[in-house]
Design a protein around this ligand. Structure first.
Ligand SMILES: Cc1cc2nc3c(=O)[nH]c(=O)nc-3n(C[C@H](O)[C@H](O)[C@H](O)COP(=O)(O)O)c2cc1C
Length: 171
């Protein structure tokens, strides 16, 4: 187990990657990432997620057109649709699956791969149709995954003092 400082620096060094090398990601590597994602916390440990690994170039091309900022899905050799069964966890499905999506991104980062979270909650029925999800399975996120072909600097973050209160809301 690495030291706490190393882990905090690891968290801070993740970046959204939108430009990927064409190099394929071995399925074994994808499986290692998804294996780690299984350990994400979920309400009542219901694990309401299904991971749809999209490798097909044509399907990725269609997903990449669901909105203007979905374009990284086309260049990324792997897309992972994080689908959530809303009946299995009616109050928490979105946060449960957001946790799994974040685990995917961090596991990928640990293995030297890049990711970006693509918004899918404004295009639910469209994504359901593209990857044949049943109506009660909501695509909470689509993760573009691949070897990075860019190394962007950190995006600005709010100062801690701006977002922290002690004991009660202080804005
Ligand atoms: C819920 C959510 C939706 C996002 N949707 C998109 C998106 O559709 N397209 C995109 O390029 N980035 C998207 N992002 C990535 C954010 O733009 C990015 O995380 C943010 O700018 C901070 O940059 P960083 O991830 O490099 O720290 C999304 C992130 C989250 C958490």
């Amino acid at each position: 187990m690495s030291s706490p400082n190393v882990f905090l620096e690891f968290l801070k060094s993740r970046r959204s990657i939108r430009k990927f090398k064409p190099q394929e990601v071995p399925l074994e590597t994808v499986n290692r990432i998804l294996d780690a994602a299984r350990y994400a916390p979920s309400a009542g440990n219901r694990q309401p997620w299904t991971f749809i690994v999209v490798l097909n170039k044509e399907v990725r091309g269609v997903l990449a057109k669901i909105h203007a900022w979905a374009f990284p899905l086309e260049g990324a050799p792997v897309n992972i649709v994080v689908a959530c069964n809303k009946d299995a966890s009616p109050h928490s499905f979105q946060v449960d699956c957001a946790n799994a999506a974040m685990y995917i991104m961090l596991a990928a980062h640990a293995l030297g791969l890049g990711t970006v979270w693509i918004q899918s909650l404004r295009n639910i029925s469209e994504v359901q149709r593209i990857v044949k999800l049943p109506e009660n399975h909501v695509p909470v996120a689509i993760i573009a995954l691949g070897y990075p072909d860019e190394s962007p600097g950190p995006r600005p973050r709010k100062d801690l003092s701006e977002i922290t209160c002690i004991d009660e809301f202080c804005k």
